[in-house]
Design a protein around this ligand. Structure first.
Ligand SMILES: [Zn+2]
Length: 177
């Protein structure tokens, strides 16, 4: 596992991370935003060619808004991420964004482990909820706290997992941890 990780960590993130986004039980809108975040294609402030506009992160007001800052160096994002991953018992290492994706792609490539499914859904839900909160602040000037953002993402994820057709999951050789 460690050997694989070292070999792959300098490859392009998109080359090994397809299955982090695109898998059978994904939540489509979460998967789409996660895919853009992995490719560095979200319209973050640092990517806008508008010199008049402030590039400061609207979630923490402390640093420039980049993909790497938003996921999950930002104080706000880190709180959301830590809260959700603790709640769903899916520990992720404290790596910078591209390395985190590479690590996740290698560690959670199993299609048969329920824990890998939850880890991937947790990542996508966190990225999605943080990006949505960011958009609410930028475009609608409405604000939620980090705990509130995390709780809403957790509730959505919990409801989704409970609603999964587990019989189908079992037929697909899944098992509960
Ligand atoms: Zn921030």
């Amino acid at each position: 596992m460690v050997k694989d990780w070292r070999l792959l960590r300098h490859t392009r993130p998109t080359s090994t991370s397809m299955h982090l986004c695109w898998f059978k039980y994904r939540i489509p809108r979460h998967a789409f935003i996660l895919w853009l975040a992995i490719k560095g294609r979200l319209r973050t402030m640092d990517r806008l060619h508008d010199r008049e506009r402030a590039k400061i992160c609207t979630l923490c007001s402390l640093e420039d808004e980049t993909h790497e800052h938003l996921f999950f160096n930002c104080r706000f994002s880190h709180e959301v991420w830590a809260w959700i991953t603790t709640k769903h018992k899916t520990p992720w290492p404290n790596y910078r964004w591209p390395d985190l994706i590479q690590w996740g792609a290698i560690t959670h490539k199993s299609k048969s482990l329920f824990s890998s499914l939850v880890a991937r859904l947790t990542l996508a839900a966190s990225v999605y909820s943080i990006w949505m909160e960011r958009n609410q602040r930028v475009f609608k000037a409405t604000y939620r706290s980090a705990p509130r953002t995390a709780e809403e993402a957790h509730e959505l994820l919990r409801t989704y997992l409970l609603g999964l057709n587990l019989q189908e999951a079992i037929q697909d050789n899944w098992f509960m941890p």
